[in-house]
Design a protein around this ligand. Structure first.
Ligand code: CP
Length: 299
């Protein structure tokens, strides 16, 4: 790996992306390395809630023989008033071999990486970046379609507050996909990356899509007054079987989770074994995070 840390997609070279996805596919195909990271200790620091990312990083590290210290903010001395800076300085003084960090502050993993002597892996920071989610989404799409070259991918929902959308808009076009986004006007970012089209009308935006990635409304990142009515939102921007059918022949649905069923996605789409790749995304979280730990810790 050229990169010492994994902070965002933009700081990965093309060679890094290729190596990570290749190693992840090997792990997905059954490669095992139970002693690869034996003797190393990974600190898992989730300052924001997680089910998928925290659990799959811990599983990935243990599958490679590492030990994991799963720190919990609510059980920590931050409850007694210790600052984030002092917490990080304290934890770094214990000498972890790697840190996985999620935080609701923009750039927090980069701030930690600037002072850490070990690799720091971003498990998601604010609305900025969620690089391992984008890598597992790319792996899932590549497994399903064979290649991302020319693939029509639509990301739909609360784009403005989504680190998943940002990381996917940075990664998927580099792999050859054509990416567009659909969002209600108040959830559309002021600017989109070059080459990414924006739509506010769901049906127009979905036309010709081969993969539709739905995103939840990030309620924790907005004022209560800006949270839309669930039924009205579903009527305008929810993915139903009918909409997916109209999108494109054989179009599939993705969602990084957690899902809000009946809001951005209907049960009949989420649970459709032919059309939903959602649990495949979850499963791919482990080989992708094994690849990240493998290539970063052994660099
Ligand atoms: N996709 C994702 O980041 O899910 P968690 O918040 O459960 O980790």
């Amino acid at each position: 790996m050229d990169a010492r840390h994994l902070l965002d997609i933009e700081s990965l070279s093309d060679a890094d992306v290729t190596a990570l996805l290749a190693r992840a596919q090997e792990y997905a195909d059954g490669r095992t390395a139970p002693d690869l990271l034996r003797g190393t200790i990974v600190f898992s620091l989730f300052f924001e809630n997680s089910t998928r990312t925290a659990t799959s990083f811990e599983t990935a590290a243990k599958r490679l023989g590492a030990q994991v210290v799963a720190w919990a903010r609510t059980a920590s001395s931050m409850a007694k008033g210790e600052s984030f800076g002092d917490t990080i300085a304290t934890l770094l003084a214990m000498g972890p071999d790697a840190i996985v960090l999620r935080h609701d502050e923009h750039g927090a993993p980069g701030w930690v990486a600037a002072q850490a002597p070990c690799p720091v892996i971003n498990g998601g920071d604010a609305c900025r970046a969620h690089p391992t989610q984008a890598l597992l989404d790319a792996l899932t799409l590549r497994q399903h379609f064979g290649s991302l070259e020319g693939l029509e991918v639509v990301i739909c929902g609360d784009i403005a507050h989504s680190r998943v959308a940002r990381s996917n808009m940075a990664l998927l076009p580099r792999l050859g996909a054509r990416v567009r986004v659909i969002a209600p006007p108040n959830f559309m970012p002021q600017a989109l990356p070059d080459g990414v089209q924006g739509h506010t009308d769901m049906d127009a935006g979905l036309a010709g899509a081969q993969a539709v990635m739905m995103l939840r409304i990030q309620r924790e990142r907005m004022d209560a007054a800006d949270i839309p009515d669930a039924a009205a939102y579903h009527a305008g921007w929810g993915l139903t079987p009918e909409r997916l059918e109209r999108a494109g022949l054989g179009a599939v649905a993705l969602h990084p989770g957690p899902m809000n069923r009946g809001v951005e996605i209907a049960d009949a789409v989420a649970d459709d074994p032919e059309r939903s790749l959602i649990l495949r995304q979850v499963a791919n979280g482990i080989p992708v995070r094994m690849a990240v730990l493998d290539l970063l810790l052994r660099a």
